[in-house]
Design a protein around this ligand. Sequence first.
Ligand SMILES: Cc1ncc(COP(=O)(O)O)c(C=O)c1O
Length: 410
Amino acid sequence: MSELKSQVAERAFDVLSKAYEFHAADDARREGIYPYFKPFDYHDGPEGVIDGKRVTMFGSNNYLGLTTHPKVQEAAAAAISSFGTSMTGSPFVNGSIRLHGEFEEKIADFYGRESALVFTTGYQVNLALGSALLGAENSVAVVDRSVHASIYDGVRLGQAAGGRMVRFRHNSAVSLERALSKLANNESALVMTDGVFSAEGDIAKLDELIPVVQKYGARFFLDDAHALGVIGPGGRGTAHHFGLEEKVDLVGGTFSKSLASVGGYLVGERKVLDYIRHFAPSFMFAASGAPSCTAAAMAAFDVMQEETWRLEKLRENYTYMKGELAGMGFELSDSESAVIAIFVRDNERTLEFWRMLLEDYSVYTNPFISPGVRPRHSLLRTSYMATHEREHLDRGLEALRSAGKALAVI
Ligand SMILES: Cc1ncc(COP(=O)(O)O)c(C=O)c1O
């Protein structure tokens, strides 16, 4: 060991040096303002327990509140009885069960599409797109600047194999047009955007973006992770929200939000998905979704369609919160979904706001600070559930008002 260490010391550069020189997290831990990786002792959806203290939850993606639904929990337990706890292998070789295929059919039907693929996570869906579709020299990913990290990671896989990436200004059809108009004749673009943006809850303006996509003969991918179960008729997401579902080539999403589980999905044409099935390492070479996860998501998917009051209650809850927060004078994101961001525009004040809410008012939120967001865009992300009762919401509002005033956010 010591011989190994001394050899490292002799090199001009150590790949681990960046870890040794990274102090921000330790500094924040020392100051008691480190807001990430907080372990819950208990969690029932609208409420949880952290460090022995009950908190009201305004920081999850459990939009329909289905993580504790009896049908969802029973489906997970039954799947464990039938298949055990894990498939211990990838779908390509030994990890497929009928449940995955049945769920794929249900998802495809729901979206009115030819085909669907079920992935182990939503993250892997976006890796798959990049590696399978964006690796040729004349393929170009044209990406909204604010998309989720997984889309960027996927695109990087494509870039490593010769593809190109161009970014357009967030939600700007003008900027998209500028990007597409510069493509060479022999290039083909996949335009990629989130449907509902995860930090600010704003909706991609498909009514403006899609005509441009069509004008330039590009293909279109929509990541609807935060839109399924939240917007669109029956919770079908962003494309259905605009009535433009026929114009979207591929829709991806996750089971880890409204569907109260872990996993991902992609819908589109059978031929395209079959190609991805055979050429995307993140699909082929990672263990398939645990039976309990797939069964839970599938049960949640059914409950979402049976208990339509959840979609309505969710909308009622976030509409109420948006109105009340705006009335208090907070600067809010342009949200039309279950995520509402409160702009604080200062990293330290955002962290202090988060800490005060949690420690003094037992209210859990998510702070987003730069470099995670653009400078002067630091914000507190709040998110809402169908299972928040009015008393939860009012508790949150009172806390936000008091802490917001104390810190001169309002
Ligand atoms: C927009 C978006 N896409 C993809 C993902 C990844 O999904 P998963 O949690 O299933 O890996 C997330 C998760 O946060 C997301 O917000």
